[in-house]
Design a protein around this ligand. Structure first.
Ligand code: LMR
Length: 395
């Protein structure tokens, strides 16, 4: 028997939490687990521009025939402009649409594995657990670089620099474009410049995972660091997700982009990315990608999308401020002041797994075992109770 020997993987901590939350009958439960945006009413809405584009697509679409292995070129062009702007020559960028940002990460890392199997991929400590899971699954060597200074809740600049100094030519440095998951700590302009200089001077390949554009400081501001990096290095891998930025979670919208040195390399990389798609799922999904393309191309839809995204960003920032204030009042200290300074959905509150268990069991507050909370899961109505519980458990 073959299937009889299959072993189940360790359950994914984030996804296990989703199930546990759904099964919890307590009425006041608060979901600060999986990284989805929620409104003040606790909903994850279909964005208005998406709804409008969907209506139009329903009217106008005449075929569901295959598009192309790399996806619709108009979508890839739109993603390139949205993320990289004029930082690079479009002619140097190879790209492929993927089912979500996760598949973009997978395809990018598969490309690395095929081309440089001995290269070490440097990941921040901590990073999104699926980075580690994918690296482990494909057998690519990886090492961690220090990132979060747990004392201050800020970037551990010295640690990051010292660890990346050990990277060798041809190694890959995996960075988060903005709204770092799980720390909420982003690189400042100078940090991007330093990493760019390091990569260019020492032949390191930067790989940027960009899943939260527009949820930190703004659609353009959130990619300023990425663009400065792209201007400074000869090559770059970029993995983009449309899940959070367009609220298209289940439609699986993503793209992998490779900035290359010239068109000959670009053509080979593009062919390889299309080939990776072919082997993994043949054609990438088109529906969500088409909606994104329509929104970005139509000034009215784009304005509607940007306005709603700005509202989401403002709500997250407001929840950060409210939680930091409530925790200041509860603890009489500024211990959690960093929450207001960080960006995006996530922060680490410095809790042990046992404390996260206690938050869940005693207070019906669901956060990830590593101490990550999704601030976007809070509302004006729940923030005080969450602060009280966090203060009680972490006291
Ligand atoms: C998260 O980090 O919670 C999200 O990116 C969802 C996921 O797939 O893990």
């Amino acid at each position: 028997m073959v299937l009889d020997r299959v072993t189940a993987p360790e359950p994914d901590a984030i996804l296990r939490l989703m199930r546990a939350f759904a099964d919890d009958p307590r009425p006041g439960k608060i979901d600060l687990g999986v990284g989805v945006y929620r409104t003040e009413a606790g909903e994850t809405p279909v964005m208005r521009a998406v709804k409008a584009a969907e209506r139009r697509l329903w009217e106008e679409q005449r075929s569901k025939g295959y598009v192309a292995l790399a996806g619709d070129p108009a979508f890839l062009e739109a993603m390139c402009v949205l993320t990289l702007g004029d930082a690079v020559e479009g002619a140097c960028v190879a790209a492929a649409a993927t089912p979500g940002g996760t598949a973009a990460v997978r395809q990018a890392l598969d490309l690395v594995r095929m081309t440089a199997p001995g290269a070490t991929v440097w990941v921040s400590a901590p990073t999104w657990p699926n980075h580690v899971s994918i690296l482990t699954a494909i057998g690519q060597p990886f090492r961690a670089y220090r990132y979060l200074d747990a004392e201050t809740g800020a970037l551990d600049r010295e640690g990051m620099r010292a660890d990346l100094a050990q990277a060798r030519e041809g190694d890959v440095v995996l960075l988060h474009g903005c709204c770092h998951n799980p720390t909420g700590v982003d690189l400042a302009r100078d940090d991007w410049a330093r990493v760019a200089q390091d990569c260019a001077a020492r032949g390191l390949l930067p790989m940027v995972d960009l899943a939260y554009q527009g949820l930190g400081d703004g659609v353009e501001a959130d990619v300023a660091g990425l663009r400065s990096l792209a201007r400074a290095v000869p090559e770059l891998l970029l993995c983009v997700s449309g899940s959070k930025t367009f609220g298209l979670y289940r439609d699986r919208v993503g793209a992998v982009l490779a900035v290359t040195e010239g068109s000959a390399t670009r053509d080979r990389v593009a062919a390889r990315l299309a080939g990776l798609n072919r082997q993994a799922y043949a054609f990438p999904p088109d529906h969500g990608a088409r909606l994104v393309t329509m929104i970005l191309a139509d000034p009215a839809l784009r304005a509607e999308w940007e306005a709603e995204l700005a509202g989401m960003r403002a709500r997250i920032a407001a929840m950060r401020g409210a939680l930091a204030d409530a925790l200041r009042a509860e603890t009489g200290s500024d211990r959690f002041g960093f929450l207001a300074d960080q960006r995006g959905m996530f922060s680490l509150i410095g809790a042990t797994p046992a404390q996260m268990d206690e938050l869940r069991k005693e207070h019906a507050i669901y956060g990830v075992q590593d101490g990550r909370i999704n601030v976007a899961g809070l509302t004006r109505g729940t923030v005080a109770r969450a602060a009280r519980a966090i203060a009680a458990v972490l006291a």
